[in-house]
Ligand binder design. Sequence first.
Ligand code: ADP
Ligand code: MG
Length: 633
Amino acid sequence: MSTDMPANTTDEKTTEEPTVLFSELGLDARVMAAVADLGYEKPSPIQAATIPLLLEGRDVVGLAQTGTGKTAAFALPALSRMAEVADLNGPARTPQILVLAPTRELALQVAEAFTSYAKHMDDFTVLPVYGGAPYGPQLAGLRRGAQVVVGTPGRVIDHISKGSLDLSNLQYLVLDEADEMLRMGFAEEVDKILEATPEDKQVALFSATMPRTIRRIAAEYLRNPEEVSVKSKQTTGTNITQRYLQVMGAHKLDAMTRILESEEFDGVITFVRTKMATEDLADKLKARGFTAAAINGDIPQQQRERTVENLRSGKIDILVATDVAARGLDVERISHVINYDIPHDTESYVHRIGRTGRAGRSGDAILFMTPREKYLLRAIEKATRQPVTLMQLPTVESVNNRRIQKFTDRIDQTIISQDLTIFREIVEKFAAEHEDLDQLEIAAALALMAQGGRPLLLTEQSIPASKQARMGREGREGRESGPRSRGKSAAEGNAMYRLAVGRRNRVQPGSIVGALANEGGFNSSEIGGIDIRSDHTLVELPAELSKDQWRALSNTRIGGEAINLELDRGPRGRRDDDRGGFRSDRGSFKDRKRQSGSREGGRDERRGGGDKRFGGRSKSRFNDAGRSARREY
Ligand code: ADP
Ligand code: MG
């Protein structure tokens, strides 16, 4: 059986999938009662398809994207069977059910889910075991006896070899988020655990995708498994609106601020690429008055849990996270996912945006992309089967209208809810003493005081989507009709770079543009003014270059000479930031250098996987790394 069959072709609108009810699946009454308590109306497609199979005792491979209810798909039948066995034999003393999950967060989440699904079962314990936490409580928990153990592979192995986890009576093993587990380099551990468990156990493997390694595991360890695959249609489903904004790196923070100021949002999760960037962005958002916090793999587990709890309860509104730290997070109030840095691959994108639109709500996904990342859109649209539409940066006017609205709301609110007597008297007296002042003027002065020195309104400043519009003539002139004055500094989001070739080497603007475009992957709109000097050339390029771009460009030659690309350190080249009302926290030259440094230095945090974590060179991988051809210009 597979729900992966071609949809009914005759009349898709009227022939919806037959609705199955939980009551038709054959679940135990105690489990049904818990489902009713949770308010689940009907089984999700993956649940409807796999629960009957698992109740029959079949091994199952279940494929469905995040947010489709896979936890209940394996937990409900497992609990149901366990309850019935316990009725006959009395409660088990050793673990009956073992779930492997890739991260601590997911193990905890699954353990919580199990606990809620087992609410009406007596004598029942779920124990999460994961690395990075002390052994003591886990050992004590195992000694006391747990029927369900949910753990990360490494720690489960530890307990097996310590002899603290007795799997001799295991009935049911689940590999949850199997693709992620393997991507994180746990293949060996998974093999070992599967080998250490009894032959006749039932195995369920759940995953969002089906890479080859999973096929191998299924073939090796599952007995005649039934494969159920639910296509993504209602997952990245119509309940998530996807938009993208073209924005250059240095303007992302301003863009994000404007979006947050002009959209109705509840909880927000925003993704960046490195651990350092999570802290950095969270700090900057806090400085701008938002309640934000960072989570990444370096932050201690307890603190991470607290942070997620704070998001759930509304103590903070914005979570800045790396992919790994946010994997599988299930927080209902997340209304927006902002991809501040573009993800590594389409799969990560799908996982990221799956953090919103939880529990049937609608969600918004916004992707920041620089002009040169635009080609990735099609891959994303293909992966999500949904259009990603271009959004416009909220205008200064719309942001300001909202600010004014909020400000005046505060006045209203204060008048309604506060006791103004004392201030009324003071103002009255003040007005009487200053008959020349009209009352409006006094009110305005107080309003300014209330604002506490911060400007209420945003001042007009341009955040270019790409340099094209603004550069137009100036840039092109610089490039095509000779030198541009050195006094001109790089525009926002750009920096001045120095090439070790100049007039002496007879370089032409055309060969420079050609070399940069071909080797650095820039499109022409990203290459700003070119100033060819006698022994070097200054070129304006995006301030943030990727490692690959640096690598490619450091091998580039023009007219036989190595260009030795470097940031220009000339005295005037550095002073490019105090213009147009941009303050230094929005990407001064120094900042940008730090940023690009941190990008190179900022290791991706999934350890132990090496290249494995990309599941080989998956086609959907974005970066075409390793281009180092030595072409001549
Ligand atoms: P997955 O593992 O596929 O990413 P989860 O198991 O974490 O998905 O479930 C996502 C959310 O959907 C959870 O909040 C869960 O409580 C909820 N959920 C699961 N099954 C149902 C259902 N049948 N009806 C309504 N909500 C459900
Ligand atoms: Mg899951």
